[in-house]
Design a protein around this ligand. Structure first.
Ligand SMILES: NC(=O)c1ccc[n+]([C@@H]2O[C@H](COP(=O)([O-])OP(=O)(O)OC[C@H]3O[C@@H](n4cnc5c(N)ncnc54)[C@H](OP(=O)(O)O)[C@@H]3O)[C@@H](O)[C@H]2O)c1
Length: 324
């Protein structure tokens, strides 16, 4: 019931405020910047003065069309937007993208780890079910690989930089039955097609993102790193997220309930400019919210997930979880 009231309040009564923080001179990377919330976040940050926006996307043509649209609607100077290839279904793509960032960008002020999928179809990409690879493992790999650049920028320019994860309020309804297994078996169980609960999978991925946020933030305190790590949630928004289960009913729900992508994107831009009090915090609609009781505050489960995830990341790239 509380969830329902919260949903109605957020969708119909309260709107996140338009962002006003300056991005003047800043370089930002937006994964999934070619559409939906990511595209609108790019538009907003360009209008707020960002001097370099990297649209990180798997479909370069779509990325170029997005860049053209942004140039036309913001009149930004040529060269402000770059479109770089990043496919989160491929660990080597994440590694190549990160190497390019290190080699070619003099500074990175904010990374919006925004790209994500919602599917009810079980598919394997790399060594996991695709939602887990895209929304959790690759997102975390990217976070570890780009964190050194964010730290370097913070220290060189005497500023604070941001790593903002796009979460979802649907983590609150995750059942996560795959967590009821012996130690070390959580990811293997999520990858078992015969027992997978795909209608819960997206919610689980966003719960895991929240666990990652908290453990990652605890490992890298903002006082020593200069990097603020937070997780936003944009509310139910009109975008292409529901493309795989689009039908007349979902389209109707989106039409009557969903926020415009531009409104949801305000929360991303807020995350990428928020103060250090948001470090390690879940920040739906630009306000810190305490973890939901039950799975949301289960620190033992959180630690088990983190331990398993770090082992997976170390197999992909030895040493990645302790890069300096
Ligand atoms: N819309 C909502 O109601 C809502 C609510 C809460 C949270 N969110 C979260 O908001 C984020 C953005 O979603 P959205 O609503 O803007 O949906 P969207 O329009 O589908 O955008 C998702 C973006 O992620 C990209 N992406 C997906 N898989 C990728 C991969 N393997 N590699 C690289 N990029 C990939 C997509 O690229 P392609 O276009 O090439 O597929 C697209 O640019 C997601 O993390 C989503 O979970 C959305």
């Amino acid at each position: 019931m509380v969830l329902l009231f919260d949903f109605i309040y957020r969708q119909f009564i309260h709107e996140p405020p338009p962002p006003t923080a300056s991005f003047k001179g800043k370089t930002v990377i937006v994964t999934g910047g070619s559409g939906g919330l990511g595209l609108e976040a790019c538009r907003s940050m360009i209008r707020l003065g960002a001097s370099q926006v990297i649209i990180a996307c798997r479909n370069i043509e779509k990325g170029k069309a997005a860049a053209k649209d942004l140039e036309a609607t913001t009149s930004c100077s040529s060269g402000t937007i770059q479109v770089w290839n990043l496919n989160l279904s491929s660990f080597s793509s994440v590694q190549a993208f990160s190497k390019r960032v290190a080699a070619e960008l003099p500074r990175v002020d904010a990374v919006l780890a925004n790209a994500g999928i919602a599917t009810r179809t079980f598919r394997i990409s790399e060594d996991n079910e695709e939602t887990i690879t895209t929304n959790v493992v690759s997102m975390s790999l990217l976070a570890f690989l780009l964190h050194p650049k964010l730290r370097e920028t913070a220290s060189k320019h005497n500023t604070q930089t941001h790593l903002t994860i796009t979460g979802s309020e649907l983590y609150e309804v995750a059942a996560f039955k795959e967590s009821k297994v012996p130690d070390g078996q959580i990811f293997a169980t999520l990858n078992n097609k015969s027992t997978a609960n795909m209608s819960d999978r997206y919610n689980v991925s966003k719960l895991l993102d929240l666990y990652v946020l908290r453990e990652f933030a605890a490992s890298f305190p903002v006082s020593s790193s200069g990097v603020i790590i937070n997780c936003i949630a944009p509310g139910f928004c009109s975008s292409e997220l529901h493309r795989e289960h689009s039908n007349a009913f979902t389209n109707f729900l989106i039409r009557i309930l969903a926020r415009k992508a531009e409104v949801g994107a305000r929360t991303l831009v807020y995350g990428a400019s928020a103060g250090k009090e948001t470090h390690g915090q879940y920040v739906p609609d630009c306000k810190i919210k305490a973890p939901q009781k039950g799975l949301g505050e289960n620190s033992e489960l959180q630690h088990r997930v983190w331990t398993e995830l770090k082992k997976k990341l170390e197999l992909i790239q030895p040493g990645v979880t302790s890069l300096t």
